[in-house]
Design a binder for this molecule. Structure first.
Ligand code: WTA
Length: 694
């Protein structure tokens, strides 16, 4: 499965320096460990689990599972019988056993240059314990679900780890999602409490998060699911009244004991809506809370968190991860893929609202006692050199970002990069979508000065951590390929009939057996879990991605092969956007396809058929865009909307998206359209393209 030999020519290698200290220092070493990980998983993972604290040890095999729907219910259990607490491992264990109390856990860098904060492991532990006590005092218990809707501030990490400490299950909703999306997620996971902030700036745009939270909670109430507690962190706003139960929101955040440097005064932000019946002030609550809190010892398969990801039916899926397997996997992938060393300053630019932020800002780095940058801002604010200014400022050694960000920064040329020192950088990473070789080369040459290997990490919300990835000192890299499987992961490529293809081939990417970090279920709907991931090809986990294996055995992800789009590294289902569009009174039918985009990877191209008597115009187009933004969030805003009096359908009424994709790109080579019911529709759509202002 892993080739004996990999090419040495026309590939890129990690430096000799890196190999000297790397955890996995050669391809032979990788192969040896890989074989061990699949042939003797117990032995392989046992070595890794020694780094953690276990209240009780596991009793059965390391992994126990059924991956085959024809043999009964799908289940994956890792380290049954063991009990632990992840928060204890991330914080107490590092502070007390590993003596890392004074080590910096996070350099927080705010949206405005100059807004910064340093948090050590000891301080983080205190903050988390205090907030864990707050949650307990609000009646949150083990197993309860808590929604978190916050900007990229240290308190977001505090909130998630406080949940983990008491065994509550966090469900973080990306702060760019709409009130409607938040409401849907709160209700699906039956959350009893919401944690949010007053607002934040994305560049110079103010996002009034509390207003959106209130709207979401009102929608929940209207739908018969009242959530009566909302804890709000004052991140931006001013005002002096901190008394509990007061009519006005409490004072501006201060962080006693932390080094705060607020050089830039935030704009005034006084108009936070406040409902004393429901709203609680973070600062007031922690003021009275003890900074000692005994962790709740959890079983290996107790739920850890839920994270929603787009589903092809339009309804997001609550991906559920559990305690031990996720912890071990996030920690091991972080350590080996970024070749973590104790003096690293690591920076992942993702938002914690996505899985990348969960696994590679919070869980993986903290489990290793790493120092990270936590960045609230944007790559282009106040200017396009911001990323490199931050790399220079903190002497970042390992840097992990998305191809869409690289492509966007590439547009501005090399000058903004060269303005800053990047000699601290050792390893670069990418995630979220295939990286085109041109962007890879720019990243490698301009950003990394041809010195830093690039780890192109392929994984999913569902996989918990990296599943196909180079190891920086071991794997010769080919630009655009995620290369080979991580330890314990066994990929295969299947054809449409479910046969495994050998050698160079292209087809469906699947995995043949579980690894510790794989999701366990769709929250509240195990059947949906089985149907989506295991039904199509019994015996395999189906990723939904297409993949090619080349003559050297390298894996190349070719993109989604289901009804999912990848816009700037974020998955969206076409059905979700279509249903937001048809909710508008003027829309009778909608079909959404992806159109290649030079920066975002894909953009949303929407075809809408209007209800009788309605005429298409710019005002309606703006309304439809607004509608999608309000239903889903800004990330789903359509790039193009085209009036489509008719849609290309088969005789059985199925929309031919393949044809729509061609129309969106103005490509007239349509292939076989013999199944089309009425081909004049296609001609009409080509003629109408100018209405979409392409
Ligand atoms: C895509 C993000 C190519 C893929 C961690 C996958 C990638 C989806 C890569 C998951 C990569 C992620 N190369 N494609 N290195 N990484 N993808 O759940 O289509 O937000 O199925 O997880 O992103 O997106 P998700």
């Amino acid at each position: 499965m892993i080739p004996d030999k990999v090419p040495q020519e026309d590939v890129f290698h990690g430096s000799e320096d890196l190999k000297k200290t790397a955890h996995v220092c050669s391809f032979d070493k990788y192969k040896e460990l890989y074989l061990k990980s699949v042939e003797s998983p117990d032995e392989f993972w046992e070595d890794i689990t020694k780094d953690f604290y276990w209240k009780t040890k596991h009793t059965g095999p390391f992994l126990d599972y059924n991956f085959d729907v024809t043999k009964g219910k799908i289940y994956i259990k890792c380290m049954e019988g063991a009990s632990t607490n992840i928060c204890y491992n991330l914080l107490d264990h590092n502070v007390h056993e590993k003596k890392l109390g004074e080590k910096v856990a996070f350099y927080w860098e705010g949206n405005e240059p100059g807004d910064e904060l340093i948090v050590t492991y000891r301080e983080l532990l205190q903050k988390v314990c205090q907030f864990a006590n707050v949650l307990k005092s609000q009646g949150v218990k083990k197993g309860d679900r808590v929604s978190i809707y916050m900007p990229m501030v240290v308190e977001l990490v505090v909130a998630m780890l406080a949940c983990v400490r008491i065994g509550a299950v966090h469900s973080i909703v990306f702060a760019g999602f709409s009130a409607e999306s938040l409401c849907e997620r709160i209700m699906d996971s039956q959350c009893s409490l919401l944690i949010t902030a007053d607002g934040f700036y994305r560049g110079d745009k103010l996002i009034n998060l509390k207003l959106l939270s209130d709207e979401a909670l009102q929608k929940c109430r209207d739908k018969g699911f009242p959530v009566n507690k909302c804890i709000m962190l004052k991140h931006l706003s001013k005002g002096d009244d901190t008394s509990p139960g007061s009519q006005s929101p409490p004072a501006k955040r201060t962080c006693p004991g932390l080094q705060v440097n607020n050089k830039q005064q935030h704009q005034r932000f006084d108009d936070v809506p406040w409902n004393p019946e429901v709203d609680l002030c973070w600062l007031t609550l922690v003021g009275g809370a003890s900074d000692k809190c005994e962790p709740e010892w959890c079983q290996s398969e107790d739920p850890l968190f839920i994270l929603y990801t787009s589903g092809s039916t339009g309804k997001p899926k609550g991906v559920l991860h559990t305690v031990s397997g996720y912890m071990v996997y996030a920690a091991a992938t972080f350590k080996l893929v970024f070749d973590y060393q104790p003096d690293d300053v690591y920076w992942c630019t993702a938002d914690i609202g996505w899985i990348t932020g969960h696994s590679y800002i919070t869980y993986g780095p903290l489990a290793n006692g790493a120092t990270s940058v936590l960045f609230e801002g944007l790559p282009t604010y106040p200017d396009v050199g911001r990323m490199w200014a931050v790399v220079d400022k903190y002497r970042v050694t390992k840097f992990y970002t998305a191809p869409t960000a690289i492509r966007m920064l590439m547009k501005y040329g090399s000058e903004p990069v060269y303005k800053y020192k990047r000699d601290s950088l050792k390893i670069l990473g990418t995630v979220g979508e295939p990286i085109n070789p041109e962007a890879w080369q720019w990243y490698y040459t301009v950003v990394g000065e041809r010195r830093c290997p690039i780890v192109d990490t392929f994984w999913q919300t569902e996989t918990g951590g990296h599943v196909l990835t180079p190891l920086p000192a071991a794997t010769p890299m080919k630009p655009g390929s995620a290369t080979f499987p991580f330890f314990g992961v066994v990929p295969a490529i299947l054809n449409e009939s479910g046969e495994e293809l050998e050698g160079p081939s292209e087809g469906y990417l699947v995995f043949k057996q579980p690894w510790p970090g794989v999701m366990r279920t769709v929250y509240g709907n195990h059947q949906r879990f089985e149907t989506i991931y295991f039904q199509k090809f019994p015996g395999y986990y189906v990723t939904g991605d297409g993949c090619r294996r080349d003559e050297d055995g390298y894996y190349w992800i070719t993109g989604r092969i289901d009804d999912m789009l990848n816009v700037s590294g974020h998955l969206l289902s076409t059905a979700e956007v279509e249903s937001a569009l048809v909710e508008h009174v003027s829309v009778a039918e909608a079909a959404v396809v992806g159109r290649p985009h030079p920066v975002k990877g894909e953009s949303l191209y929407c075809f809408v058929t209007l209800t009788d008597g309605v005429t298409y115009n710019r005002a309606l187009e703006a309304e439809l865009k607004k509608q999608v933004r309000e239903k889903i969030g800004a990330i789903a805003t359509p790039d193009f909307i085209q009036n489509a009096p008719g849609l290309p359908k088969t005789r059985s009424g199925k929309i031919m998206r393949r044809v729509l994709r061609k129309i969106a790109c103005d490509e007239h080579e349509l292939g076989d359209i013999s199944t089309l019911a009425d081909s004049s529709v296609v001609e009409q759509l080509f003629q109408n393209r100018h209405c979409a202002a392409v």
